[in-house]
Ligand binder design. Structure first.
Ligand code: PLP
Length: 423
């Protein structure tokens, strides 16, 4: 099946007499006729569900669909994008390990790494989002266990050179983890360019309707944990799970199996079945929505670029954008609906503009079907110092405009009248 058809049909395949629409299995637990049968599930000798924290049919359908869309061997839904990023690192790093990460990643992920995981003993070196090979290599330490970046960073819209990051990571036999939230697998498949693990905040375009928070970790199955020799947690027996050696028992699915049996078991950051159901509704229309988001965003970016009141526009679909060529390589059909720009008059003008919008709403959210707008420096990224903001490519006047799927004429009209109000 092609991508559009997979969005509708992959994961859940109803049999004779079963519901056509993927059902919500709203049950914490599952019954078995004997303790032995259940024991086999605990020992990972048999497949099945026993407790929703570790697995649930509704979650399973959606996990299979997303794994298929990304081209991975397995996926695990989480309660939020934050939980997905946390698990993606914790699954292979412990106190004393080190990670190279892009400084341009989402502010919440930056704080998770720079504060919480650092406090827990995992060290991070942040490099520019468009770091050169030399800069990436200079950040490596003896204890480096992973590289982490975003395909298209939020909100600076740096287009990552995934192949470069993957090559540098693989030279020292560690995996590249990529947050693919903004382009979604419709616009970019990081695995095709060498990424090993993909994470998403499904709260964004994958759902698209702003009705659930969620995340997902997807395993490409391509990284050779045994050959690397750096991940005893995957290649030696896990005493906390009946002595299982993940690489021996689960082969290519070692990483994603451990994420579930070890970390989901211990952290309990699972998605709710109802949220997985809502996410699936969003996934069904992902391709048509992304097409419209990209079309509308292109028009908005071109309109802003030709407006005297705008000091700068950042959208990788503009030929003037420094990442235009790279975006064509990694996201040939479009990037996403987010456009960032600055208004002449700086922070004050930005606030006036946002307050004057009538249709677009001022929200913390992004990647919604409804056009929405945010000033990151005073909201999502307010914990960051000026230096950290600059490293992340976020200026004080940056407005993050998330273009929805309304009629483009209405969006442009709203922007026009808000700009008039700033005169
Ligand atoms: N990754 C990116 C790129 C994001 O934009 C966000 C949230 O905005 C997250 C991760 C965190 O996701 P969530 O808000 O679902 O926890």
């Amino acid at each position: 099946m092609k991508f559009e058809s997979k969005c509708l049909h992959s994961g859940y395949e109803p049999k004779n007499g079963e519901p056509r629409v993927m059902p919500i299995v709203q049950s914490t637990t599952f019954t078995y006729e004997s303790s032995n049968e259940m024991g086999d599930l605990f020992d990972l000798k048999a497949e099945g569900f026993f407790y929703t924290r570790l697995g649930n049919p509704t979650l399973d359908f959606v996990e299979k669909k997303i794994a298929d869309l990304e081209g991975g061997v397995g996926a695990m839904l989480t309660s939020s994008g934050q939980a997905a990023s946390l698990i993606s690192i914790m699954n292979i790093c412990k106190a004393g390990d080190h990670v190279v990460a892009s400084a341009a990643i989402y502010g919440g992920t930056f704080n998770l790494f720079n504060k919480t995981l650092r406090d827990m003993g995992i060290d991070f070196t942040f490099v520019p989002g468009d770091a050169t090979e030399e800069e990436l290599k200079a950040a490596i330490k003896d204890n480096t266990k992973a590289f982490f970046t975003e395909t298209l960073t939020n909100p600076a819209l740096v287009v990552t050179d995934i192949e470069l990051w993957a090559n540098v990571a693989h030279e020292i036999k560690v995996p590249l983890i990529v947050d693919n939230t903004f382009p979604t697998p419709y616009n970019c498949n990081p695995f095709k360019f060498g990424a090993d693990i993909v994470v998403h905040s499904t709260t964004k375009y994958m759902d698209g309707h702003a009705v659930q928070t969620g995340g997902v970790v997807v395993d490409s199955g391509n990284f050779d944990w045994v050959a690397s020799g750096k991940y005893p947690m995957l290649t030696t027996p896990d005493e906390s799970y009946h002595g299982v050696t993940y690489t021996e028992s689960f082969g290519k699915a070692a990483y994603i199996t451990k994420a579930r049996t070890h970390l989901m078991r211990d952290l309990g950051a699972q998605a709710a079945p109802m949220n997985a159901f809502l996410l699936n509704l969003g996934l069904e229309t992902l391709p048509v929505r992304m097409e419209r988001h990209c079309f509308n965003a292109q028009k908005v970016a071109e309109f802003l670029e030709n407006n005297d009141m705008i000091s700068w526009v950042n959208f990788p679909g503009l030929e003037s954008n420094p990442y235009y060529d790279r975006a064509k390589k990694y996201m040939p059909h479009g990037t996403c609906g987010v456009v960032s720009f600055g208004i002449k008059g700086g922070r004050e003008a930005a606030t006036k503009f946002m307050d004057s919008l009538k249709m677009a709403s001022v929200v913390t959210h992004v990647a919604d079907i409804r056009t929405c707008v945010l000033h990151p420096a005073s909201t999502t990224h307010r914990q960051l110092t000026d230096e950290q903001l600059i490293a992340g490519g976020i200026s004080a006047d940056l407005i993050r405009f998330s273009v929805g799927i309304e009629n483009i004429d209405d969006i442009i009209e709203d922007i026009t009248q808000a700009l008039e109000a700033c005169k």
